[in-house]
Design a protein around this ligand. Structure first.
Ligand code: MEV
Length: 444
């Protein structure tokens, strides 16, 4: 059956149009096109060279989309103090990270270590020949694969990285004739996606040639399905923890007391290990912090999330990424997850604010940045659980959200000052702010 597309909004060759033409077309789809075009233009950077750079980060760009750039101060991590840049649109996340950072700076700070820093890439292929033959020739094949990537690896090897191993994995129990080349890479301070994918595509060219055995490009028994890095890199992992004696928690909640608070906190942490619904929300709170640091430093937060959630499911059940323990009267709370971050390459140095973020953090290598991001993730999660088991999340969250609500009602500076004062002692909600503003305006 053939389908005739009649929607007049289908546009052929949009990508080939100039930015101004794209802008006009899109504004033309909206109410009051001239106003919408002006709005989109108002977000252009005044420096045309810089604007061009932003345009070229992605495709079909017609404007910039602003996100707040905030700082969580006083992060004490492995004895060093960091002012951590966070890019996030959600109110109360930076405040929560900062509150935790302050608390833990008075209790030994965050401790962190790198478990390992190796990434994974795979060539997925079909081999219809003999399994034994494949395994028999694999040592020689492996050398050919490594040889074929020499031109790509030389630079990385000079920096201390490169391909660490190539394994042959038999996946035929899952799908007939399915095998993998599973390679591990050390990409030092770069996230390494381009390096890994280039090496894998070179493997994918060499593999069928080698298996044809006659210098042919294709072996009739071998079909490469695809070659791509894996965003699940359990051997590129960071562990971060905080610990303190029970008495440190004395001020957390008057009714619970220190022991009561820690017991309740540990139950909450345990619930996130055993219940998938809670685990997803618990982990989301961790990624509030990690993603904000990833964005501020020009890193790929989707890759980090994908790897983190895969790690959370490694035992066949999705669980939280944290674990709480009480040894005697010593409380310890740990976060562990894979995290592929870079401090060179990609956007990390190309985006001026990502570059500035890295400078602010003392120009860390990838491993140090992994530890910083993990500490922020743990800080956000600690703050969330602290609120959840004591006064609830909404009180603090809505207080932080107050300015957004006031902006929604176009409050003036004077109204904002009065409202902030009023809501110091009153519960914030959309309707409470709306009625407060109505009565304040009626009195004016
Ligand atoms: C909100 O962005 C994050 C929280 O829901 C996390 C949590 O519940 O642990 C507060």
């Amino acid at each position: 059956m053939s389908i005739t597309i009649t929607d007049s909004r289908l546009i052929a060759g949009f990508s080939r149009l100039g930015k101004q033409e794209k802008l006009e077309i899109i504004a033309g789809l909206l109410n009051d096109p001239a106003k919408k075009e002006a709005l989109l233009r108002s977000f252009f950077h005044e420096d045309a060279t810089l604007q061009r750079k932003f345009d070229e980060f992605s495709e079909n760009t017609i404007s910039n989309f602003y996100f707040p750039y905030g700082i969580a101060p006083n992060f004490l991590i492995n004895g060093q103090v960091y002012m951590v840049p966070m890019v996030i649109e959600e109110s109360s996340v930076v405040a929560a990270a900062s509150k935790s950072a302050k608390f833990w700076s008075e209790h030994g700070g965050f401790h962190a270590e790198i478990v390992n820093n190796l990434k994974v890439g795979q060539v997925h292929f079909i081999w219809k020949g003999s399994r034994d033959v494949l395994y028999g020739i694999f040592p020689e094949l492996r050398s050919s694969l490594l040889q074929s990537t020499r031109h790509l690896t030389a630079n990385m090897e000079r920096r201390g990285g490169g391909i660490r191993d190539v394994e042959l994995v038999d996946m035929t129990a899952e799908m007939p004739h399915y095998y993998q080349l599973k390679a591990t890479f050390d990409t030092v301070d770069s996230m390494g996606a381009n390096f890994i994918n280039s090496c894998l595509e070179e493997f994918a060219r060499t593999l069928p040639e080698f298996l044809s055995g006659e210098g042919e490009r294709e072996s009739p028994d071998c079909q490469v399905i695809m070659s791509i890095l894996s965003n699940y890199s359990p051997d590129c992992r960071v562990r971060c923890w905080v610990e303190a004696p029970l008495e440190a928690f004395a001020g957390m909640d008057d009714r619970l007391g220190a022991k009561g608070f820690v017991e309740k906190f540990m139950r909450a942490a345990r619930i996130a290990e055993i219940d998938i619904h809670r685990a997803a929300t618990h982990n989301k709170g961790i990624f509030n912090g990690i993603d904000a640091v990833a964005l501020a430093t020009g890193n790929d937060f989707r890759a980090i999330e994908a790897g983190g959630h895969a790690w959370a499911s490694r035992e066949g059940k999705y669980r939280s990424l944290t674990h709480a323990e009480l040894n005697g009267d010593q409380f310890r709370y740990t976060l562990e997850l894979p995290m592929a971050l870079g401090t060179v390459g990609g956007l990390t140095r190309l985006h001026p604010l990502a570059d500035l973020s890295l400078e602010l953090l003392g120009d860390p290598g990838a491993e140090e940045l992994m530890m910083i991001a993990a500490a922020v993730g743990l800080a956000n999660n600690f703050s969330a659980l602290r609120s959840l088991v004591t006064k609830g999340i909404q009180l603090g969250h809505m207080k932080m959200h107050l300015l957004n609500i006031l902006n929604h009602y176009d409050a003036t500076d004077e109204e904002k000052v009065a409202a902030v004062e009023h809501f110091k002692t009153n519960k914030v909600s959309f309707s409470a702010v709306s009625s407060y503003l109505a009565s304040y305006r009626a009195l004016k």
